[in-house]
Design a protein around this ligand. Structure first.
Ligand SMILES: [Zn+2]
Length: 391
């Protein structure tokens, strides 16, 4: 086991190392950032537009979040990073005093498809809001994140779909490396950590080369990008089995971007991943899909209109403490705003409680033995639902 990582704006200490018998690579750790401490493995709710949709900061704390993610691309376009900086930075603007990770905008601008052009300088794209033309460069992506003042900035990359042809993956991965070096040079804010992103698609040799390249940079954490897309769980786990062993003696945290279903998170934790984010729990909640141990219910179903029970018996969330399934079913049918808030609180509470259970099992040394029980609790969300990235 290596010693703790001590960076200028981030420290990471493994508190429970994986066992020597190779039964799991799961570990617990403590990530110390400018605005607080994050226990890992951890899930980050997504606040795309400087708000976790439908929730107040008090709600975000109550569901158990210790760190949230916000989107560089969205805040650059609206309301503008300069404006947020003038107003005191992102933490003050949204009244969240805990840690924030900002993504780099790479995923969003590259996902725009026909609306964007990638060259060595950066990505030129048309705004999804008003059609205006913008160019994101590695230097601008870092500048925007420094203006926002997040605890963790992420290097600008060029993700590609996991199923892309090898030549496309190779080109994007090499460009991601050159851009990562430019991000390291551009980054100046001493109270902000910087994470680099590994690409390489589903090609084992390119994944390995990308892992080595990014791990050689002076970054504070390693993001694993280009997954949680259109790959199968087996393909994802195979990629992780390439990346994580190469980082076995690396003291920095590992973050798999965009993975959100409890079942998928569990398997990635088993393979040694520390951090996760996704819009999935909140997005499906707004559609009436509520996660419960072993599966889910769709609260729009008629059967719930007369159901006096809470969504989940032992759940501490505001929805389950105060309201019945019948009431939620009514709110969704009437499209009442409170329904979206209650449903989102429930799914995020379920997800973050699941992370607590995972950490507890790892700390107790019983994670491999607990895996069947945790898998049952996670239920199984279909692969397509399980891979919704923050768009
Ligand atoms: Zn609940």
């Amino acid at each position: 086991m290596t010693g703790p990582y001590v960076g200028g704006a981030a420290g990471y200490e493994v508190t429970t190392a994986p066992p020597d018998d190779g039964s799991t690579r799961a570990r617990t750790g403590t990530l110390t950032l400018t605005h607080g401490v994050v226990e890992t493995p951890q899930f980050m709710p997504v606040g795309t537009n400087a708000t976790v949709k439908a929730l107040s900061p008090d709600d975000i704390r109550e569901v158990g979040a210790s760190i949230i993610l916000s989107n560089t691309y969205h805040l650059y376009l609206r309301p503008g990073h300069d404006r947020i900086e003038r107003l005191g930075g992102l933490h003050r603007f949204m009244d969240w005093d805990g840690p924030i990770l900002t993504d780099s905008g790479g995923f969003q601008v590259v996902s725009l498809g026909d609306l964007r052009v990638v060259d060595e300088g950066g990505v030129t794209f048309r705004s999804h809001i008003d059609g205006s033309t913008h160019t994101f460069t590695p230097e601008l992506a870092i500048g925007v994140q420094e203006a926002l003042g997040s605890d963790i900035a992420v290097a600008f990359d060029q993700p590609v779909f996991p199923s892309s042809p090898r030549a496309v993956v190779a080109d994007a991965t090499e460009r991601t490396h050159r851009w990562a070096e430019r991000c390291v040079t551009a980054h100046t804010r001493e109270d902000q950590a910087l994470f680099g992103i590994v690409q390489g698609g589903l090609e084992p040799d390119m994944r390995a080369a990308s892992t080595r390249f990014i791990a050689d940079l002076p970054v504070d954490g390693i993001c694993i990008g280009g997954l949680a897309g259109d790959e199968t769980p087996i393909e994802r786990e195979t990629a992780l089995d390439v990346v994580i062993p190469l980082l076995a003696n690396d003291p920095r945290p590992r973050y798999l971007m965009g993975l959100g279903s409890p079942a998928d998170i569990l398997e990635a934790v088993d393979r040694g991943v520390d951090l996760f984010d996704s819009v999935l729990p909140a997005r499906v909640a707004r559609n009436g899909q509520l996660w419960i141990p072993g599966g889910r219910i769709n609260i729009r179903n008629r059967a719930f209109l007369d159901d006096p029970a809470p969504v989940q018996d032992d759940c501490p969330c505001i929805a389950c403490r105060h309201f019945s399934r019948a009431y939620l079913a009514h709110l969704f049918r009437a499209k009442e705003l409170l329904g979206y808030r209650l449903a989102t609180c429930h799914n995020l509470t379920f997800t973050l409680d699941f992370m607590v259970r995972i950490r507890r099992a790892i700390s107790a040394g019983s994670f491999p033995a607990m895996l069947p029980e945790l898998r049952l609790r996670a239920g199984r969300v279909s692969a397509s639902e399980g891979s919704v990235q923050s768009a």
